[in-house]
Design a protein around this ligand. Structure first.
Ligand SMILES: Cc1cc2nc3c(=O)[nH]c(=O)nc-3n(C[C@H](O)[C@H](O)[C@H](O)COP(=O)(O)OP(=O)(O)OC[C@H]3O[C@@H](n4cnc5c(N)ncnc54)[C@H](O)[C@@H]3O)c2cc1C
Length: 473
């Protein structure tokens, strides 16, 4: 992965940046490592300087200095991104939002909450809950990822089926633009048709158009009853049919609908302490479903009726309803630990793709055949948010193989999987973003017209190309 080299930032610029954030805002060399390596250890980074401003004004001061001296910036949130977007190449400064963790206000009557970008997602969820409201975004990394990070990647997660992606959960934004100007777009409006919706460019912008410093988030009523079910099914087609049946039979009460191939459970049971097989016999696929309702009762019988109907129709082979919070957590622990469990088998080839939900069974078939042609014996670990058509399609070497077994086949596997995705008019990055990882694939697979529009937006807002260069475009 290459990009145009820039001259090293001049000392005068670095000194001015240090002065702008003060001693507390500068990370020393010996503390730099956690900022420069990411979750899978795939893209080791380098930075000319790492700074953690404490306020929007400090972020603006840093960006103004960078703009004046042509110094590039990589914004970083919780550093949980899976495509290397938050890791600098070496001649940028790294700007971490970790010190900006304030909650500016919570307004239950408006169902809104205004927070700083460095607040972790778990902290935002907790603050909403204390105010008697739900902030529904939920992803496996929620203890570490930040509001600015989930906005910049338009994170998805397990509740998209009911509440939408991050894009649907943001009403307003504050951002520091590449010029160093502060844009205050912290509106709490649900209707505002006054021209281009600028915040939507920054949502999913991966730090290439500016630095998100605060956001107005949408809140919802807290669910009063929840039911969690794990069902064994014999095929992905049955899982897709079950989704439609479950939504119909419960009045659309499903908030999560997660598919896991059997191998996901095998790897979780092997690598993750404390996980347990949820059903007495193995099944080719499992569906983890969560239903929720704003009423205190009535949901459980509806879910039981739905399951009885699914059993009778042969859509499911077996199912368990969680009877306690501990059992619920146990089921979700399996789902949330799959990525970590796969790491235990080596890097392999990882994909985060989407197709129309009804295309998932045929996609799995065709992609499986393509992978088998390139890497006979490789194991496909498919799981994900099937309710959103999103499959994490990971491929690891044969059982017991060297962790680097697929290294020389990774590129060919990726091309083959993306070709299948192309045939379904799907997406090569459903929720993780583009970053470094998918930059070149994106350039090959987006239409010339679409790439031209993206480049026009980039050069209008960031004419010097200082914001997260070498990522996405
Ligand atoms: C175990 C695990 C499970 C995960 N599960 C999911 C999942 O279910 N769904 C999902 O969508 N993702 C998931 N992810 C991916 C990741 O957590 C998300 O992409 C998350 O949104 C990244 O947030 P972050 O704060 O860590 O951002 P970072 O990793 O620090 O940065 C990500 C990108 O955003 C930019 N950025 C960060 N903060 C800002 C800011 N304030 N302003 C401008 N740009 C910024 C960075 O430059 C980078 O390009 C998972 C990751 C892990 C490790």
């Amino acid at each position: 992965m290459h990009r145009r080299q820039r001259p090293a930032p001049p000392d005068a610029a670095l000194d001015a940046i240090r002065a702008a954030v003060g001693a507390k805002g500068v990370i020393n060399r010996e503390d730099a490592a956690p900022f420069l390596s990411e979750w899978r250890g795939r893209w080791p980074g380098e930075a000319a300087l790492i700074v953690c401003p404490a306020s929007t004004q400090e972020v603006a001061a840093v960006v103004k200095i960078c703009a004046a001296h042509d110094v590039a910036i990589t914004p970083q949130g919780g550093n949980t991104g899976l495509v290397g977007g938050q890791i600098p190449f070496g001649d940028e400064i790294l700007l971490s939002l970790k010190r900006m963790r304030g909650i500016r206000d919570i307004e239950p009557l408006n169902n809104t909450m205004t927070v700083d970008a460095g607040l972790t997602l778990a902290e935002a969820q907790g603050a909403a809950q204390e105010a008697g409201r739900l902030f529904p975004l939920s992803i496996g990394s929620e203890g570490s990822c930040q509001i600015g990070g989930v906005i910049s990647t338009n994170a998805g997660g397990v509740n998209v089926l009911r509440y939408g992606n991050t894009r649907e959960l943001v009403l307003g934004l504050e951002a520091v633009l590449p010029s160093g100007d502060i844009w205050n777009g912290l509106k709490r409006l649900r209707k505002d048709n006054t021209g281009y919706d600028i915040k939507q460019l920054l949502i999913g912008g991966e730090g290439t158009l500016g630095i998100v410093t605060a956001a107005v988030l949408k809140l919802f009523p807290l669910p009063q009853e929840k039911v969690t079910v794990c069902a064994g099914v014999s095929s992905a087609a049955d899982a897709v049919a079950l989704l439609s049946h479950a939504q119909g039979a419960t009045g659309g009460a499903a908030t999560s609908f997660e598919l896991m191939a059997r191998i996901c459970l095998d790897l979780a049971l092997k690598h993750i302490a404390g996980t347990r097989d949820p059903l007495s016999k193995p099944h080719p696929f499992y569906v983890l479903m969560e239903f929720s309702s704003g009423r205190k009762s009535g949901l459980r019988p509806a879910v039981e009726d739905m399951l009885a109907g699914a059993l009778e129709a042969g859509m499911i082979a077996d199912a368990v309803i969680a009877e306690s919070e501990a059992q619920t957590q146990g089921l979700w622990r399996i789902r949330h630990s799959i990525s970590e469990a796969i790491n235990g088998e080596g890097l392999g080839a990882r994909h985060d793709v989407s197709v129309a939900t009804s295309d998932i069974p045929v996609f799995l078939e065709k992609a499986g055949a393509a992978v088998a042609r390139i890497a006979p014996g490789a194991r496909v670990v498919a799981f994900g948010h099937i309710g959103d058509g999103n499959v994490h399609y990971d491929v690891v070497g044969p059982e017991g193989a060297d962790p680097h077994h697929l290294d020389d086949k990774r590129a060919a596997i990726e091309t083959a999987v993306y070709d299948v995705i192309g045939a379904f008019d799907g997406s090569i990055s459903a929720e993780h973003g583009v970053g470094r990882h998918r930059r070149d694939s994106l350039a090959k697979r987006k239409s010339a017209v679409e790439l031209e529009m993206m480049r026009a937006i980039k050069s209008a807002l960031d004419p010097k190309g200082l914001m997260n260069p070498g990522k996405m475009l």
